[in-house]
Design a protein around this ligand. Sequence first.
Ligand code: GNR
Ligand code: NI
Length: 172
Amino acid sequence: MAILPILIAPDARLKVISRPVDTVDDGIRALMDNMLATMYAAPGVGLAAIQVNVPKRIIVMDLAREDEKPQPRFFVNPEIVWYSEEQTVFSEGCLSFPEFFDDVERASSVRVRYLDYHGKPREEAAEDLFAVCIQHEIDHLEGVLFVDHLSRLKRDAILRKLQKARRLSVGA
Ligand code: GNR
Ligand code: NI
């Protein structure tokens, strides 16, 4: 398994709309395994393929606490088929925005339809952190980032700080 480099904002590649997967084959499974290893190494609780510069509709996730055994989940071509009217606010982060967190309001619960690791169609209810995370990840597949849910003032401030951090680190 390989740990892949994660794209850091601002990066135009994070705005690309990801394409559906035709067939969940061994190549897709190898990519999902590498994404999972990358997510664990980061560490993060979710990762969309576009974050490792692969514009395919694939998400990996593990919401288990540190004292629990790992519960890796894989979502191919995920679609939200129902949103609760009830909304909740959660302080979100993103591996593509290291060290930035801010409140985002989303549906409290959703139903998600997807293909699993073996290409089998599934449908599942998501609540709490699972609901937050699946909505955050599916946004990535549309090129939408959590800062796009913030005011332009906050978004621009965060992007400027990341731009500056990059300038300092690469000396560009
Ligand atoms: O690791 C992650 N943590 C997180 C915390 C609150 C809300 C969303 C997330 S997802 C994020 C990993 C990530 O960037 N996935 O795209
Ligand atoms: Ni993210």
